[in-house]
Design a protein around this ligand. Structure first.
Ligand code: C2E
Ligand code: MG
Ligand code: MG
Ligand code: MG
Length: 285
């Protein structure tokens, strides 16, 4: 069995990793058939404003394999990102999300936007902005009803390409949020040079609220900085009332997490909204 040596002379692959590389290859080849076999679906997680109103839904990909069961995106997205598979998945997600937006319209459910995750490779492929604009015009969707979620890596790994795409999208009316903010690059200067709407405060910061003064200070500082830059802030992974209270007190704009709702299937999402609208109507009467 051939073992390659890395630059520093360390073995690149251990016995166990070879097995997992084989496993990855298997998952990848199964994934390439997942669309055709109808194994993919989207779930939607509500994002609420300071009044508890659902203003947005984040579309999250799910893969139900016939033998392996439910495989989480954290496992298959990184594998797909290594090849053009991610572009196929990304296209599927875009179309499906757009159909969902039209469903919402048909059911008279009003949201500010549906947030769609876009991977670095998909975003930096050059044609991304134009093909997205074509899809939404073909499907009769308002640009402002779409928000894209991009990680710092997607935005910064190829800043020139990204900047052009962002300006094109921004002109058309599509907004962009930085996903998992605070976990990527340490440089903040890019925040001034690209047209962003929102930062999504990563769940790792939210989960540490109340642990000690310094973790609270970081959350507060990120919210203040976002507002100073005219950006809205979404807190990800809000699970407890204590976290929510702290975020409210510190002027966080919107909230997402199990405290409000898990990601829901399309019909359940619509039902959730209808109930929460009834709820808020009741509370004013
Ligand atoms: P993300 O975009 O940061 O999405 C938020 C993740 O946090 C989701 O995990 C969501 O289910 C989870 N979450 C939400 N609220 C809570 C909470 O209160 N507690 C905890 N512990 N988790 C919470 P999910 O659906 O497993 O997705 C993981 C990641 O996979 C996403 O992170 C995103 O980076 C990626 N992903 C998911 N769908 C897509 C997609 O359609 N395209 C691309 N490119 N990436 C996707
Ligand atoms: Mg996201
Ligand atoms: Mg995130
Ligand atoms: Mg994340």
């Amino acid at each position: 069995r051939v073992k390659e040596k890395g630059r520093d002379g360390y073995l690149l692959y251990s016995e166990g990793m070879e097995e997992s590389a084989h496993h990855s290859l298997h998952i990848k080849s199964e994934l390439s058939e997942a669309i055709a076999l109808n194994q993919l679906s989207l779930v939607y997680q509500p994002i609420v404003d300071r009044n508890g109103k659902v203003v947005c839904a984040e579309a999250l990909l799910r893969w139900q394999h016939h033998e392996m069961g439910n495989i989480p995106p954290s496992k298959f997205i990184p594998l797909a990102e290594g090849s053009s598979l991610i572009e196929e998945l990304g296209d599927w997600v875009l179309h499906e999300s757009c159909n969902f937006i039209n469903q919402l319209k048909a059911k008279h459910v009003s949201l500010d936007a549906v947030a769609i995750n876009v991977s670095a490779r998909q975003f930096n492929q050059g044609e991304f902005a134009s093909s997205l604009l074509k899809v939404i015009s073909d499907l009769g969707i308002k640009a402002s009803s779409i928000e894209l979620e991009l990680t710092e890596y997607a935005l910064l790994s190829n800043l020139d390409v990204a900047k052009q795409a962002m300006e094109q999208l921004k002109r058309a009316g599509i907004s962009i949020a930085v996903d998992d903010f605070g976990t990527g690059y340490s440089s903040l200067s890019y925040l001034q040079s690209i047209p962003l709407s929102r930062l999504k405060l990563d769940a790792t910061f939210v989960s540490k609220i109340g642990e000690n003064n310094s973790s609270n200070a970081i959350v507060k500082a990120i919210i203040d900085m976002a507002h100073g830059l005219n950006l809205q802030i979404v807190a990800e992974g809000v699970e407890t009332q204590e976290q929510y209270d702290f975020l409210l007190k510190n002027q966080c704009d919107t909230f997402q997490g199990y405290l409000f709702s898990r990601p829901l299937k399309e019909a359940d999402f619509i039902e959730y909204i209808e109930h929460s609208q009834i709820g808020s109507l009741k509370s004013v009467s």
